[in-house]
Design a protein around this ligand. Structure first.
Ligand code: FES
Length: 251
């Protein structure tokens, strides 16, 4: 049975959730994350990504682990984990395919892409085709604007972009993923898998040189900046003597 993100009152009251799936290495990495922030609780978002890099979703054990490490209540962690769509409540496939169905992409074919992939995979929003975590398993979701309207319609695999897609191209891409292939994204680094992407979102880049290679800009994206340069438009700079609030004491 798929593990759902739910706590019983008994578990909450007695703290019986087993967090042993998070070994010493993960606990050491959690401490590294916490050390980055003046207040421990500020580390919650990357901690939840770390949890997903281990389990492929935020399980009750993941919530308990974050609560223990950050001295927060289970309710506080759950409130954050259920607010953001990037935290998954069911185990994800090897790859997360996010199809933008927001206005620009929808008008240019995003809805058709989402429908085509849903029919091919036999799943709806946040459904997984295949055994979660195994090679070729795919979780499908429709997404709000992915901040790439200049390349609409777009989709992402593990948050890497595939621009100017058609339903046919998207289908070919997903079929390749199901065969265990990793087609190159239009921009950015080579494709990895969902759990590796989550590790990067937690702030751990195991191969930074590899991660930062690949084009990240396109003509369409920098057109505004080029026009501004040609016309001599500039934004006011930050004053050198701007007063910044003091950092809070580490808690
Ligand atoms: S509407 Fe799809 S990227 Fe903005």
């Amino acid at each position: 049975m798929t593990e759902q993100f739910e706590f019983t009152t008994t578990e909450e009251q007695t703290g019986t959730v087993d967090t042993s799936v998070f070994g010493e290495e993960t606990r050491a990495e959690a401490r590294q994350i916490i050390a980055r922030y003046p207040e421990s609780r500020s580390a919650l978002l990357p901690m939840l990504h770390l949890v997903q890099s281990v389990q492929g979703h935020v399980s009750p054990a993941g919530v308990q682990f974050c609560a223990d490490e950050l001295a927060l209540s289970v309710a506080e962690v759950s409130a954050v984990a259920t607010f953001y769509t990037m935290y998954k409540r069911k185990p994800c496939g090897q790859h997360l395919v996010s199809v933008c169905t927001n206005t620009m992409c929808a008008a240019l074919g995003g809805d058709a892409i989402y429908r085509t992939l849903g029919e091919h995979l036999g799943v709806g929003h946040e459904g997984t085709a295949g055994e979660p975590g195994t090679e070729g398993s795919i979780t499908l979701e429709h997404a709000e604007c992915l901040a790439a309207c200049d390349f609409a319609p777009v989709l992402q695999v593990n948050y890497e972009y595939y621009d100017n897609q058609t339903p046919e191209q998207a289908l070919e891409l997903v079929e390749a993923l199901q065969r265990g292939e990793k087609p190159k994204p239009t921009r950015g680094p080579e494709l990895s898998d969902f759990r590796s992407a989550e590790r990067q979102l937690a702030g751990f880049f195991d191969d930074l040189d590899e991660t930062v290679t690949g084009p990240s800009l396109a003509t369409e994206t920098v057109r505004g900046a080029e026009l501004a340069r040609e016309r001599g438009w500039t934004a006011p700079s930050m004053p050198d003597d701007a007063e910044l609030p003091p950092l809070p004491e580490k808690k």
